[in-house]
Design a protein around this ligand. Structure first.
Ligand SMILES: *Cc1c(COP(=O)(O)O)cnc(C)c1O
Length: 493
């Protein structure tokens, strides 16, 4: 299986190459040049398998320069019981929906599903590509990604990771999650500034030839862990297939019967994985793209115009507060090809907007529906579902609201799988306030209050944070991020 750029300027790459390099040379994103098929017989063969076994089989369809044994041992280690519990991606039921819970991993957010296995894939790719240097991963984070990446890369051979977060821009729990990270190859530093300051500084270091050269001399190269890397997307295809099989096993659908899927969307990575699963042959009818008040994608699917020139809102579902959904580029490539995709991406960069023709828009409507959930309705959805026996976080509430609205408005009663992307205990303030309960000042007080009100146990990784030793207390000026990177790189491994 070979990979090429969405913009047509970098083709014929192996999967190990695209995982090691992340971005294509022409600035585009890597996509597989063909879509492997998953027919009924293949689904039947996957049915009796455990999650890690399903993952290895499905990943091998895309990553065929890795051996089956390599992928099996990577998947077994990544999705081990000690990290994810007995079932890494269980399907619950709530209201009229099946709910795919993707937050049973070590940091209680869905990013664990990819970030637990991707580091192992990266490590293998260094050997496969004959890369003699080790990777230094730099991450600027507004919260969730930083911790999930740290947890994934900790103690992975030939990789180091350094994370920068805005000193006052993350919650106390998120800060503690990062400050207490274990592992010999990790470093965490607060930045006296906001998220943009951290992100801009990190991007500048990535682009700096002097910094790369210096790193080269130390036997290292820069790499990144963000969601445009194919190594983060491929593992996300697995859980859609696995959830469908689990729904078949549970009798929620008959084998071959179609489902709809609703995904709470930010960067468009998670829902794109569902689209690829559909292209492979998984019986999915409609993909419902669920947004919060930052509804740039709702408008895109509704009108054919993508326009990022709009106000940015801070919401209770912060991981979806995004105006540029990077992975939409891959969908444009699949539907329009490299030339048109490159043209639209240039228009977005130059003018902040682009539009697709009416024919393409109506063809997209065969696969996609889109909706958004305002703040007030997010809180009401958390409350209504809780009263019906299901406790969910604000991101999941956005999905459930859009799933129910889609069903009511379209009259489409196909069984719905709504995706749940975070534990309610990651956002205890927002959940308590939605339930109309007092909100203690302290994060841990909120966790206790939510447990008392719901009777649901908080994930052990969050509850035990209080008692963990803090390792990283450094805070630097944004001008000094480069020096902090140089210092970390100079440590002998
Ligand atoms: C990252 C994230 C999302 C958005 O996923 P995309 O792949 O960026 O669309 C939704 N919910 C949570 C909790 C997340 O962390």
């Amino acid at each position: 299986m070979l990979y090429g750029s969405t913009r047509g300027g970098d083709e014929g790459r192996s999967s190990a190459y695209v995982i090691k390099n992340g971005l294509a040379r022409d600035g585009g994103l890597f996509v597989p040049m063909e879509t492997p098929a998953l027919d009924g017989a293949a689904l039947d063969a996957l049915l009796p398998l455990r999650y890690a076994e399903r993952a290895a089989r499905i990943l091998h369809l895309f990553l065929d320069d890795y051996t089956e044994e390599e992928l099996a041992s990577a998947a077994e280690a990544a999705y081990a019981k000690a990290r994810f519990g007995a079932n890494p991606a269980p399907v619950a039921t709530a209201g009229g929906n099946s709910v795919l819970e993707l937050w049973h991993g070590p940091t209680s957010a869905f990013k664990d599903m990819a970030l637990q296995i991707m580091p192992r894939l990266l490590s293998l790719s260094l050997e496969k590509c004959g890369e003699e240097r080790d990777a230094l991963i730099l991450v600027a984070t507004s919260g969730d990604t930083g911790k999930a990446a740290l947890a994934g890369y900790a103690d992975v051979p030939r990789v180091r990771i350094q994370v920068f977060y805005p000193v006052d821009g993350v919650s106390r729990i998120q800060k503690l999650q990062m400050q207490t990270q274990e592992g010999k190859n990790v470093s965490v530093c607060a930045v006296k500034g906001n998220f943009d300051d951290a992100q801009t500084a990190v991007k500048r270091i990535f682009a700096s030839e002097a910094a790369s050269k210096q790193l080269e001399g130390q036997g290292l190269f820069f790499s990144s862990a963000n969601s445009i890397n194919w190594g983060r997307l491929a593992p996300q295809i697995v859980y859609y297939v696995s959830a469908y099989l689990d729904m078949v096993s549970a009798g929620a659908v008959k084998r071959g019967q179609a489902i709809n899927v609703t995904v709470p969307t930010g960067n468009f990575g998670n829902i794109l994985a569902a689209y690829i699963a559909k292209q492979m042959g998984l019986p999915i009818k409609k993909l419902v793209c669920a947004s919060n008040r930052n509804n740039v994608l709702t408008d895109f699917f509704g009108t054919g115009v993508y326009d990022r020139r709009r106000p940015f809102y801070t919401t209770t579902s912060p991981s979806m507060d995004i105006l540029i959904s990077s992975n939409l580029e891959r969908l444009l490539y699949f539907r329009l090809g490299t030339g048109e995709c490159a043209r639209l991406m240039k228009a977005l960069a130059d003018t902040g907007t682009y539009s697709i023709d009416a024919g393409t828009r109506s063809a997209l409507a065969d696969d996609f529906a889109a909706g958004f959930c305002p703040e007030e309705e997010t809180a009401q959805t958390i409350k209504a579902y809780f009263e019906n026996g299901y406790l969910c976080d604000p991101h999941t509430a956005v999905a459930l609201y859009c799933a129910d609205k889609y069903r009511a408005e379209s009259g489409d009663n196909t069984p719905m799988l709504a995706v749940s992307t975070a534990s309610p205990y990651k956002f205890p303030q927002a959940v308590l306030s939605a339930l109309g309960l007092p909100v203690p000042e302290d994060d841990f007080g909120c966790i206790d209050a939510l447990q008392a009100a719901s009777g649901v146990c908080p994930p052990a990784n969050l509850a035990s944070l209080k008692d963990k030793g803090v390792r990283f207390t450094a805070a630097c000026e944004k001008e000094d991020i480069g020096a902090a990177v140089a210092e970390f790189a100079a440590i002998r491994s």
